[in-house]
Design a protein around this ligand. Structure first.
Ligand code: RIB
Length: 292
């Protein structure tokens, strides 16, 4: 069983700030770090660090070659990443004094994926393989439909959330990873507690597994009548960027290794807790030896 992550590759520019800049305001940042990110690439890195055979598909410009070298150093197969004559996706990340972030995205190559590339890439995978998707590349509906036609198991993390997600063929997904905000939007239950959101989503998507992450409250699992909960490990927080990506990769890896749902939730929560105790996104994701 192969795992394909079809998603974004970004250059993350991290600006530590006192507070997220307000309209009309100019503030300074004590440092600037250029590092590897993108929800797709982070999830591929997490899966690989957790010991899985992972294939990454997406698009970069010449400035993004270092992302591929880093992914390859973790064992990710980057043969399905294409190039174009433009810039790689970029994320301007303001990291405030409470270690919360605000992100401004430039799509770059993530916005240039073609239908031919989708068909060509997914055609290399077979029934029973898994595709992992986020919402940082274009043509999401075509990716989902092509993957479904090919018989792939679809795991969807609809992040970052936008109003176009409602128009996606969500019923094709076999597994959702959502945070509280995404889950509440999908369930049309703004401000509701996680368990209520989970119940509504499990009812709305009866053939899909739902994993709802809730920050310090841990993570919740729902599938039909089954409910489980995992708790975080209490570590000091340095940077929350990429916590959800780490969770996604480790949950899927743990399930592939035949961990029970409860064990997989515990492993994924531990991995995400370690990731937030370190600066950065991809490079902060722990190795499997630190988690399992
Ligand atoms: O999920 C974290 C990621 O979101 C960052 O690495 C940044 O690139 C943005 O895409």
């Amino acid at each position: 069983m192969k795992i394909l992550v079809f998603g974004s590759l970004n250059i993350d520019l991290i600006f530590p700030v006192d507070h997220v800049v307000r309209p009309g305001e100019t503030i300074g940042s004590a440092s600037l770090t250029r590092s590897a990110g993108g929800k797709g690439a982070n999830q591929a890195a997490a899966l690989a660090k957790a010991g899985m055979d992972v294939y990454m598909a997406g698009k970069i410009g010449a400035d993004g070659e270092f992302l591929l070298r880093l992914l390859e150093s973790y064992g990710v197969d980057t043969g399905c990443v294409s190039r174009y004559e433009g810039a790689t996706g970029q994320a301007i990340i303001q990291l405030d004094r409470d270690k919360q972030n605000a992100i401004l995205l430039f799509s770059g190559g993530n916005g240039r994926i073609t239908l031919d590339e989708i068909k060509g890439t997914i055609g290399k995978f077979d029934r029973g393989d898994t595709i992992v998707l986020q919402n940082e590349v274009v043509r999401m509906a075509e990716i989902m439909e092509t993957a479904h036609e090919r018989g792939l198991r679809i795991c969807l993390n609809p992040s970052p959330w936008d109003t176009n997600i409602g128009a996606l063929p969500l019923d094709l997904a076999d597994l959702f990873f959502v945070n509280e905000i995404e889950g509440a939007a999908m369930a049309d239950l703004s401000g509701a507690p996680p368990r209520r959101i989970l119940d509504r989503l499990a009812e709305r998507f009866p053939t899909a597994e739902i994993i709802l992450t809730a920050g310090k409250e841990g993570a919740y699992y729902g599938f039909q009548g089954i409910r489980e909960k995992g708790d975080i490990v209490d570590l000091p927080v340095a940077d929350t960027t990429g916590a959800g990506d780490t969770f996604t990769g480790y949950f899927l890896a743990a399930r592939s290794r035949n961990f029970s749902v409860g064990e997989a939730l515990a492993a994924a929560c531990k991995a995400a807790s370690i990731a937030v105790s370190r600066m950065g996104a991809m490079e902060a994701i722990p190795l499997g030896t630190e988690v399992f």
